[in-house]
Design a binder for this molecule. Structure first.
Ligand code: HAM
Length: 437
């Protein structure tokens, strides 16, 4: 019986995988331009890592973690995000004691959350992100936000909405939480079940509620601004000033509180709205955390980071036609005319592969016409034809699939001719490129 993929998961195959490669290549190169180094951490972690970091009151820990007992009786979780793992890896390696600060990590890979699948929401999805750890400075916050903004610009997004807010430091957060609790105490029983739950666990998250009927209560809730300490306000204002300096547009949004518990001070989200004003949710998001490193056993170090959801980037880029249709491609497709030339075709294909050309051959007994069709479907630039005649003369026929020009090439000249053919293609492409410009 045909087996299907697990609900909320999806395959990324063939041409689509090429698009993901391009997106990742670009994000990776930008992170490197900003001085970040790649970190690869395990997909599985002790469950406690996430309960201690992402937090007991977050939706992720309460209901979305893929957790299981391994055969040694440990509680293991498939990572729902990277920040906790990156911080753990830095604490375990004591990198902060020997490195210049901040430590700058970038990462990408699969993450898992048991959420209700819908557009832009999967149970296994890929994140790309950065963490900058060890220096408390508005310049670090601004740098992470700038990097995020520039990633989206480089991918081709034009109208990015950057929402930004501050949760303040500990003192500010506590004072605000008390005020929010007091305010909602009068109306919470008229609000949605989620809000009632949040009231008990993390009242600030009520501000995040998207339910229409609850907005009448939310809109009059006390504003964070009044409860911010002088230091927290100064910090926030400096981040804003730095964004202004680099002309990065933003919208201050004092209802933005984020769903993970480790944040303090500056938090932000990047959104994209299509022509109908619709968004599939944040393309990326992040913020500042001042206690996470300490909580996970390191020193009292601040961190700032952000993560993009690669599926969301890809689907919006595709929908808005901001990404070309990538196609898998070959340099040479080798075609034996009959079964008698198959072994020679196999040897020639291997020879071309060893020279670094993307090469493949026809393994199925087919007419030459139908082999040409295959070469076309595989987007091969050249076909290499081998018949009885070619075997006898130690040669092959190389046909340019676009121009249909063909030539006989002796095997002793194959390497040189192949190089020449590709030099010509490169020159032609450069010429087209110059003409376009
Ligand atoms: P997050 O907001 O939970 O933050 O996730 C970041 C991004 O991952 C989201 O903006 C979204 O694009 C994508 N994402 C989240 N859930 C799903 C899903 N179910 N399906 C598809 N995409 C999804 C974090 O994970 C933080 N670790 C970000 C951060 C880094 N904060 C500081 N450093």
């Amino acid at each position: 019986m045909e087996q299907i993929a697990v609900k909320g998961t999806h395959d990324i195959i063939e041409n689509e995988a090429l698009s993901y490669q391009e997106i990742e290549l670009l994000l990776r190169s930008i992170a490197e331009v900003y001085g970040y180094n790649e970190y690869r951490t395990p997909i599985i972690e002790h469950s406690e890592l996430f309960t201690r970091s992402v937090g007991e009151s977050s939706d992720i820990v309460r209901k979305e973690m893929y957790s299981f007992q391994d055969k040694g009786g440990r509680s293991i979780t498939l990572r729902p995000e990277f920040t906790a793992s990156i911080v753990r890896s830095i604490v375990n390696s004591k990198l902060y004691a020997t490195s210049d600060l901040p430590i700058k990590a970038y990462y990408m890979g699969p993450t898992f959350r048991y959420e209700r699948p819908q557009a832009g929401r999967y149970r296994q999805f890929n994140q790309f992100g950065v963490e900058s750890i060890g220096v408390r400075s508005p310049f670090v916050d601004a740098e992470v936000i700038t990097l995020g903004y520039n990633c989206l610009r480089a991918l081709g997004f034009e109208h990015i909405v950057l929402k930004i807010n501050t949760l303040g430091d500990d003192g500010s957060k506590e004072a605000y939480k008390t005020a929010i609790k007091e305010y909602f105490s009068n109306c919470i029983d008229k609000m949605c079940d989620d809000c009632q739950e949040r009231y008990k666990l993390n009242p600030l998250r009520i501000l995040d509620c998207k339910i229409e009927e609850d907005q009448q209560y939310i809109k009059n809730a006390p504003k964070m601004e009044k409860y911010l300490s002088e230091d927290a306000l100064k910090y926030y204002n400096k981040v804003i000033e730095l964004l202004d300096e680099l002309q990065i547009p933003y919208e201050k949004d004092d209802t933005l509180v984020r769903g993970l518990d480790y944040y303090s001070d500056v938090v932000f989200e990047f959104h994209y709205f299509n022509a109908e004003g619709k968004s599939i949710g944040a393309l990326g998001a992040g913020g500042h955390y001042d206690k996470l490193v300490n909580e996970l056993g390191g020193g009292k170090l601040d961190g700032v980071g952000l993560a993009f959801g690669e599926e969301r980037l890809y689907s919006v880029l595709k929908e808005e036609k901001l990404i070309p249709d990538y196609h898998t491609q070959l340099d040479f497709f080798v075609m034996p005319i009959t079964e008698n030339e198959k072994t020679q075709a196999y040897i020639i294909t291997d020879f071309l592969r060893n020279l670094g050309f993307r090469s493949d051959m026809c393994f199925i007994e087919k007419s030459i016409k139908s082999q040409f069709k295959t070469a076309e479907r595989k987007n091969s630039l050249f076909a290499v034809i081998i018949g009885e005649n070619e075997i006898q003369t130690n040669a092959v026929i190389i046909k340019n699939m676009k121009t249909q020009n063909q030539q006989t090439v002796y095997l002793k000249d194959l390497e040189e001719t192949a190089d020449k053919l590709f030099d010509e293609i490169e020159k032609e492409e450069a010429h087209h490129h110059d003409e376009k410009e």
